[in-house]
Structures are given as structure tokens and as C-alpha cells.
Design a protein around this ligand. Sequence first.
Ligand SMILES: [Fe+2]
Length: 289
Amino acid sequence: MAGSDLIRPPGSAEDWTVPQDWASYTPDEHAMWDTLFARQAEMLPSRVVPAFMDGLDILRMSRPGIPDFDELSDRLMKATGWQVVAVPGLVPDEVFFDHLANRRFVAGRFIRTPEQIDYLQEPDIFHDVFGHVPLLAHPVFADYMQAYGEGGLRAAKLGMIKQLARLYWYTVEFGLIRDGDALKLYGAGIVSSFGESRFALDDPSPNRIGFDLQRVMRTDYRIDDYQQTYFVIDSFEDLLRQTLETDFAPIYASLADATDLKTDDVLADDVVFTHGTQAYAHSRLESAA
Ligand SMILES: [Fe+2]
């Protein structure tokens, strides 16, 4: 995860990484990983893109306990040339992009407490590693993540990080993918969440709209609750191809003058899989009022 105006914590390296210090995890922390893992592993097989389950196998992630990043990186390096490195928390955008561009995924070290089992504000190791790392063993998705990092470094120079961050959000974090006539999950924010793994596919509330690069980069997103819109890609190959073949500079130029789209907008030329009722989002607004 990336942010701005951050100060590098003492003890971290120039590139903001720190040792994972795997030996310091307590039995309770390993048990929390196992609880979260068992819950998702039971629910996901029929819901998630098959490449995710393949990644869990390739990386031997079903072994009990919090994964050791060195072992995980050895397996990942053999599969796709990626590594997992630990960081103490949020890192600056350009540090984050530079790691991705060099096929390094930055992950938090801490794990949520039992009180935070269903909601926490900052991503923990379960989100970062269970959610993100299995798909890094898929060669095409792995290339997409690198391409995103390279695009991020260019966007930073053009002052367009906000727009590019929406691409990450609506694909890497909250993306859906077509599987024949069905939809499947692949975004890490969904697959690491017990509630959103069901909501994103089954609930009539959110919109599910065909992926369009420029449309996505105009669309605001929710950071405080389930998404009001999910975007559906055809395949990882198509997502990578669009990202590599698109010249982002003219898109950024047109986006600079365009109004942002709201989190629940549906446009006349959207490819609509579900026009959501937004009943969930409205009920949350009412209960907060
Ligand atoms: Fe994430």
C-alpha cells in the first residue's frame, strides 16, 4: 500500500524494506492466520478465479502458520521471478511503484487481532500475502503488476497518481473476472475479506460493469465500506494487453478536464452485468445518519 507525505521509519532500508523477523511471531499470531486461512479456503474455491487456487498450491500456502517471506520468495522466484519483501507500513507512492516495477511485492508484517477479524483499516499480512501473492504466481498477472509499477512511475512524473491508483483499486484490489457466463473474484481486497467475498458476487446492491480503462480511471472508490461498483475484466491477458498497448498520456490529458464519476454511477455506454440496487449502501447511510 502506498501513501504520500510519509517519513521513513528508523531501522528501515533506503527502499523502506525491513526484515520480516518471522521467528518473532507468537503462537496466537500464527493461529490467527490459520483461522483466517481456513475460513477463506473453505469459501473461495467456487468463487475465485482458478489461478488463485493454483497459486496457493504452487506456493504451498496451505501449510499452517504465517508464511516465511524467504521461503515464499524462493517459490515465487521460480514461478514468475517475483519476491515478497516486508515493509513497516504504508510506503510513498514512488517507492511502491519502484518495487512493483522490479517485481517485488511489499507486504506488511503485522497480523490483525481477534477483535479486528472482520475489519481493519490498514492492510495486514493476511490481506497482503493471502490476498495478493497467489496471483503473482500467474505469469500474465505477474506481468500486469510489473506493468502497473512502471506506469505508476510515469504517472507520478505527470501528476496523475490519483487516476492511476483507481486502476489498481478496481483491478488488483477489487476486480472481478468473467469465467464463461459466470463471474469470479480475483481482487485481493475481496478475496481476503469474508464478507466481501460473498457481497461482491451475490448481493444485488453493487453495480457490476464491464472493465473500461478510461472509465475506471475517472471513477471514485470507497475506502470505508464494500464497493458500490465492481469492474469485470474478460481475462488477465486482456487486462495486460490493454495496459501495455494504451498510451496513457492522452488519457491523462483528457482526464485532467473530465469530472470524476461517482462510486455508483452507471453510464449509457457501460456494459452492465448488474445494475445494482445500492440497497446496502443506502442502508449504511441511513444507519449512520
Ligand atoms: Fe492490497
